[in-house]
Write a protein that binds this ligand. Sequence first.
Ligand SMILES: *Cc1c(COP(=O)(O)O)cnc(C)c1O
Length: 359
Amino acid sequence: MSINGIVDLRSDTVTPPTPAMREAIYRAEVGDDVYGEDPTVNRLEAMAAERMGKEAAIFVASGTMGNLVALLTHCGRGDEVILGDLAHTFLYEAGGSAALGGIHPRPLPNQPDGTLRLEEIEAAIRPDNVHFPRSRLIALENTHNRCHGAAIPPDHFAQVRAIADRHGLKIHLDGARIFNAAVALGVDVREITRYVDSVTFCLSKGLSAPVGSLLCGPADFIAQARRARKVLGGGMRQAGVLAAAGIVALEQMVDRLAEDHRRARRLAEGIAALPGYTIDLDRVQTNIVYFDLAQGDHADRLALVARLKARGVLIGAYPDMGMRAVTHAWVDDEDIERALDALEEAIREGEARRKRDEG
Ligand SMILES: *Cc1c(COP(=O)(O)O)cnc(C)c1O
């Protein structure tokens, strides 16, 4: 399958819209969504709310915007959000909630399975005292990207819910890949989202839509979120052309995520069988495969990435996380075998080069 002949495993964000999405975009009925008059956006928001088991939803430009709008709506200036130290919202959203909302982050160590320790959450909640920011929100992530795409089961959310209720806190879920979690766990997505007040999910990752995310929650919360989205410049007009692709994504692209997980597993097992790489197979649960070179430093990773690129295979390399390959709808079985062949050749070429340099 591949994208222009390239097996692009850098992320599931690289997915172009499917032919069915392009058709739906072409045919989309539109209106001015800031006036609430775009029928296609309205339909997508209703579908998203229903899928997540929430009263309402709002279409936003990106997952980052969805999480930011959620935090700005839940929290005021000087309020505190408890979240994982490996959370996307903490690491990769440009500090938006602090920069724009004056929201104070309270990071707790993410466990390898993506969860937070319950006793650490409880201990992080501030007593009512003028010295402290006010604890307002707990933000969770599922699947957990930096924790190797871990799918976190519903019972963790039930446990965090009990703590939040005891202390009058809200819970926001960064569910950029929540459907991957639900598919991997074999549960309806609502089995997870029922324990959170608000949830963001992305259309533009494994679901292959070109643009957009949805923030879902109670009707009054979403009404306030519309103002936060407008403040951020996220009020879009004839956004139905984008929402049309999102509707196709929800209708056609969710159940097939199991294929991405099966291919990620095949890729991981193939890598485990190759010399020169290390991988923890137990941590490969969804469509994200982290692995590393058995020896070498980050420069060696970058050299490997370049040798793979020369063979038409793209992967990511991170100084603190090793290498990452992500499967998606534009990667088929043949592409996985092609990637494994390239990984084998690239490591051999690297070793031959090292021996030559040494000798
Ligand atoms: C991709 C991602 C987001 C949002 O990213 P955008 O690129 O802004 O859509 C949020 N959280 C997680 C865990 C993600 O992987």
